[in-house]
Design a protein around this ligand. Sequence first.
Ligand SMILES: [Zn+2]
Length: 205
Amino acid sequence: MQNINEIDELVKLISKLPGLGPKSAKRIVLKLIHNRDELVKPLAKSLADVYKNIVRCKICGTLKSNSIECNFSYCKVIEKKYDKICVVENISDQWSIENSNIFSGYFHILGGTISSVGQKKEDLLINSLVERVKKDNIDEVILATSATVEGQTTAYYIQDSLKNSNVKITKLAQGLPVGGEIENLDDGTLFSAFKNRSKLNSNSD
Ligand SMILES: [Zn+2]
């Protein structure tokens, strides 16, 4: 294939997506080119819409549409429904936990970990977590960060940030393999990790 800048650029971009290397990126690009009207046009529109309209909630970290207030993770609590917040690194972690039906409560999505490359502490919405705990009268904060060095460092930092609030802090424990990322765990492991979560501070139950 002769070098065509537009195609090279698209292959380069698509190969940055999770699970895709240059080879699959090339196959995707060919498929797109051969289906200009059915795929390229609607895909370009859809990408533009997502770029324009989808933002991260500055309070709970979930994704939301620009035009509506966030209520998916119930971060603006009108009527108190739950007394627990589960803190996760990414939305995919929230989806895994929701799918396993082991937790009913609010979620707080950090959007990464403290040591992630280029991740600034202030982007992790830890201050807004402390606010939520206070404002919504939360009884328990469950730290469901990964069993990686970064995940555990982040959990420790959050625990420290919450030391002045009268809230029980627990973290997922047994069943979580060292180096295990939440989104890759099967339901059974996740269930066991939730059930056996350990208490991190001495605040009352
Ligand atoms: Zn929110």
